[in-house]
Design a binder for this molecule. Structure first.
Ligand code: CTP
Ligand code: MG
Length: 533
């Protein structure tokens, strides 16, 4: 079952079409695509995983046309969907109706020639977001701030194709991990699946070994249980580290297109990090990370409850990135995850609230929803229809403005942000920014953030809130008909120079009256002088 790819891989030749087949495996169950109400994350994941197992990732280096390519592949069975994209060359994702097609195709896989293919290039699906300047131009043409926020969300969110590619990469890695753990699964978590992922975001995965018999069985309690549990806790971590270590080795040796493999085993949550070149994804593989899966599920649920949630999160994340509040380099910056929790908290604090608190979601849970992971209560309702929603009718524009105002004056020095209670709590420990982890309640999600970064965030909120109130910012340019390209509304708040400029403008206004009179006198003196001479 292990298709070793890359160095020393037993790849067979395909004479007709010199296409390099990177993976495949599968079953033939086809999930229905009905659209009645939000699906649970579990249902979405099951469907996507199954789809990935009937799919292949193909490097299209041959001089052939799309028609010939499809004609050839369809000899192996019905093709349900396909698309092309570019990442260090042109690739195709092809989904077959049945797994047998993949077995048949694999028999004939071949090594590619290095001849870039122009024909496929034209129909490539973009897998990254548009550059910020392009986005600003696009937004400037919209007629309302609400429409700008929707347009930003549409440009940034994961596409159907990108989402498939993420599950396909998990499935490829599973093939490698299956050499050691035949019954394992590799699941994506974090922004790849929680509804808040932007094109180009990293791919967080976790190795799920629960299918393997004997693991996670409850041990009988004894008088020595405390000592035993401590030992067990230590060794659990050691086991996770060694599992990741061997899998990291396999990824490095046999993972086709996996480069820059780093084993970061001493982190709080040990992981293997690498880049998967054929997809262009930066990948983080963890093991034994069930709580993160729960927080992914929770974020997904919040995103599905009200469509304003996702729109605001995308906008705030984009705004933060544009101003260097978040960064792709790890450090003292606020992370996207922290920002998301801050948006959720703000939405819980509206009146009436737009989303319920985590405690309310826990109280609505049925017996089947009960979940305790490593002593943490992760229980919350899974049936969306049980969740009562309030009739808050605020617009996206009002909410975005409200977000900036809310955090402009939030008592960060004393209070902790808490989405479980939906109410700020006294800080349990010293940290510039304290955001309680919703499930591991003793942890601070934003422990890494220093005072400078928090101050920058607050200053930017204040400046953006101020800009929002200015007529020149909130008047649509497109309507006058003469100047559709000047940034306005959200577009002008995304412009780095615009917001940075507010500081100096504000300073000018607040300089003491004596200073202003002095400079007025100076200018009069100069004028008189000019007249005389
Ligand atoms: N996570 C957490 N506590 C943290 C950081 C992360 O519980 N301090 C969990 C969250 O469930 C988060 C996931 O790990 O969604 C992945 O973390 P990360 O990749 O940092 O965040 P994403 O939500 O995936 O956002 P991004 O798009 O920036 O990757
Ligand atoms: Mg992530």
């Amino acid at each position: 079952r292990l298709h070793m790819r890359g160095r020393g891989s037993p790849v067979k030749c395909l004479q007709r079409l010199d296409t390099f087949l990177l993976r495949s495996i599968g079953t033939n169950v086809v999930a229905a695509q009905e659209k009645d109400g939000p699906k649970s994350l579990y249902a979405v994941q099951t469907e996507r995983q199954e789809q990935a197992e009937r799919s292949v990732l193909v490097s299209c280096n041959s001089r052939t046309t799309e028609k010939k390519f499809l004609k050839y592949l369809s000899r192996h069975g019905d093709i349900k969907k396909h698309f092309f994209y570019e990442s260090y060359g042109i690739y195709a994702v092809v989904e077959f109706a049945n797994r047998e097609s993949i077995t048949s195709l694999l028999e004939r896989a071949a090594i590619p020639h290095n001849s870039p293919n122009q024909q496929f290039g034209q129909q490539c699906q973009p897998q990254t977001t548009p550059p910020i300047n392009e986005l600003i131009q696009r937004l400037s043409k919209e007629e309302s701030i609400d429409q700008q926020i929707i347009s930003l969300t549409e440009a940034y969110q994961l596409t159907e194709e990108n989402s498939r590619l993420r599950f396909l990469v998990c499935s490829l890695l599973k093939d490698i991990a299956a050499a050691y753990f035949p019954e394992c699964t590799i699941r994506p978590f974090g922004s790849s699946v929680n509804g808040f992922g932007k094109l180009g975001c990293d791919l967080d995965m976790f190795l799920d070994l629960d299918g393997i018999s004997g693991r996670n069985l409850k041990m009988p309690k004894s008088g020595l249980s405390l000592e035993y549990q401590m030992k067990r806790a230590n060794s659990e971590r050691a086991v996770t580290q060694s599992i990741l270590s061997v899998i990291g080795e396999c990824v490095e040796q046999f993972g086709a297109g996996c480069v820059g493999v780093q084993k970061i085993l001493n982190a709080r949550c040990p992981l293997v990090r690498f880049a998967h070149q054929p997809s262009g994804f930066q990948c983080d593989l963890t093991a034994n990370n069930r709580v993160a899966m729960k927080s992914t599920e929770l974020l997904y649920l919040y995103g599905e409850l009200d469509q304003r949630v996702r729109c605001l999160v995308f906008t705030v994340r984009c705004w933060a990135r544009a101003h260097g509040i978040t960064s792709s380099i790890p450090g003292a910056w606020i992370t996207n995850f922290s920002l998301t929790v801050m948006v959720l908290f703000f939405l819980q604090k509206r009146s009436p609230p737009i989303i319920p608190t985590l405690d309310q979601l826990r109280d609505l849970a049925g017996p089947a929803d009960k979940s305790v992971i490593e002593g943490n209560d992760c229980t919350f309702v899974s049936d969306f229809s049980k969740i009562p929603l309030h009739s808050n009718t605020e617009t996206l524009e009002e909410l975005l403005h409200g977000f900036f105002e809310f955090y402009s004056t939030f008592a960060f020095s004393r209070m902790s942000i808490n989405i479980r209670k939906g109410k700020e709590q006294n800080k349990p420990e010293v940290a510039p920014l304290h955001i309680q982890n919703p499930f591991e309640t003793s942890l601070n999600v934003s422990k890494n953030v220093n005072a400078t970064q928090l101050d920058r965030f607050v200053a930017l909120c204040q400046e953006s809130a101020w800009l929002f109130q200015q007529i020149e910012t909130n008047t649509p340019r497109g309507l006058g008909g003469n100047d559709t390209s000047t940034p306005w509304g959200l577009a002008s708040i995304l412009l780095p120079l615009n917001v940075a400029g507010v500081k100096s403008r504000k300073k000018k206004r607040h300089e003491p009256a004596s200073e202003r009179i002095k400079s007025l006198l100076e200018s009069l003196k100069n004028k008189n002088h000019q007249k005389k001479s």
